[in-house]
Design a protein around this ligand. Structure first.
Ligand code: GDP
Length: 356
């Protein structure tokens, strides 16, 4: 599943947010990939289409697309030179698809700020600097190894050039994501600042309901996405039944919980979408990249589906709901038989035919 690592300074509300995420995982625990690790929290990508399909097909269960969040220890100034960014920390965050940086926007005299004041811009700079320094260290360590491999003709000049260019870029104090370098040859290094970032502002109600205040913070991180949430409120929402939760959210001027926003923006940031399968057993959303063709999409269900792909019967969600059943959709020419070159669309309801 899509994995997002949570980073931030100490005392910004990471644990509070993560607590909401893990409580949420218990609710989401009907997952086939069962064992949920203690430092992983899951949010389902909100998708109202699933309930509509499940009703049509009388599905026993609904499996939305999951997004997992990994909790990472707090980062402080100088962490990259000391013990702060240990190997375990790095391993967890390197494997993540994206990084969610939690920034403190709430003011509370009872909660000490590590740098003495609540200042989003300076907090972001501290974290981003540490992540850039961590990447520099990774690259400098790897450089010697790559040199050896280059002399042994195990890697190409292009790979060597990429390592040096990345070091030079970071030396200017800019994250790798801002460069046009093709980092594919050194993907194995899992460089942190090459990953997409999402900024999560942990704010109180005053900011949640202040559009100008939010816009000012969002401008700090643009073009990256900003999510505004109240971590404390999020953990309270989890304990409420859906109607009460919706009411509490509305009273703070929000239409969607922060956790739902995080899942949605995670998908957006990574250029992902879903297609749907539906039947009496389950209605399910499957995560794919935008632009994927049918066989690759089938491979997400099972590698045999990709290898033995013959064709796919595709009905758009809207057509299926409008016609009311697969049989009716077929009768009205809304069920298309698509081949290997078909580019999947968000919300396609699909049945694959394959050889095994
Ligand atoms: P972490 O060190 O980043 O994991 O931060 P924690 O989640 O442990 O939060 C640090 C302290 O801030 C705790 O006492 C939380 O209760 C408090 N806190 C977290 N989020 C909020 C918030 O939105 N508003 C207020 N007032 N306090 C918060």
């Amino acid at each position: 599943a899509l994995t997002i690592a949570i980073v931030g300074l100490p005392n910004v509300g990471k644990s509070t947010l993560f607590n909401a995420l893990t409580k949420n995982s218990v609710l989401a625990a009907n997952y086939p990939f069962a064992t949920i690790e203690p430092n992983v929290g899951i949010v389902n990508l909100p998708d109202p289409r699933l309930a509509a399909l499940a009703e049509l097909f009388h599905s026993e269960r609904i499996l939305p697309a999951p997004v997992s969040f990994v909790d990472i220890a707090g980062i402080v100034k100088g962490a990259s030179v000391g013990e702060g960014l240990g190997n375990k920390f790095l391993a967890n965050i390197r494997e993540a698809d994206a990084i969610a940086q939690v920034i403190r926007g709430f003011d509370d005299p009872d909660v000490v700020h590590v740098d003495g004041k609540v200042d989003a811009a300076s907090d972001m700079e501290t974290i981003n600097t540490e992540l850039m320094l961590a990447d520099l260290q990774t690259l400098e360590k790897a450089e010697a190894r790559y040199e050896k491999e280059f002399r042994a003709k195990k890697i190409t000049q292009a790979t060597m050039d990429t390592v040096k260019a990345a070091i030079a870029w970071l030396g200017q104090g800019k994250p790798l994501s801002a460069s046009t370098l093709d980092l594919a040859p050194i993907r194995e290094l899992g460089l942190l600042t090459s990953k997409p970032f999402i900024y999560v502002f942990n704010v109180d109600e005053a900011v949640l309901t202040d559009a100008d205040g939010r816009a000012a913070l969002a401008a700090l991180v643009a073009p990256a996405h900003a999510v505004f949430l109240d971590a404390k409120l999020e953990s309270e929402l989890i304990d409420l039944d859906p109607d009460d939760a919706a009411e509490l959210l509305a009273s703070t001027g929000q239409e969607e919980s922060g956790l739902d926003q995080l899942a949605r923006i995670g998908f957006d940031t990574l250029g992902l979408q879903t297609y749907l399968t539906a039947g009496p057993k389950e209605t399910r959303a499957w995560t794919i990249g935008k632009g994927w063709k049918a066989p690759q999409a089938a491979g997400v269900i099972h590698s045999d589906f990709e290898k033995g792909f013959i064709k796919a019967e595709v009905i758009s969600f809207d057509d299926l709901i409008a016609t009311g059943s697969i049989a009716e959709a077929r009768a009205h020419g809304k069920a298309r038989i698509e081949g290997k070159e078909y580019v999947m669309q968000d919300g396609d309801v699909v049945e694959f035919r394959f050889n095994n």
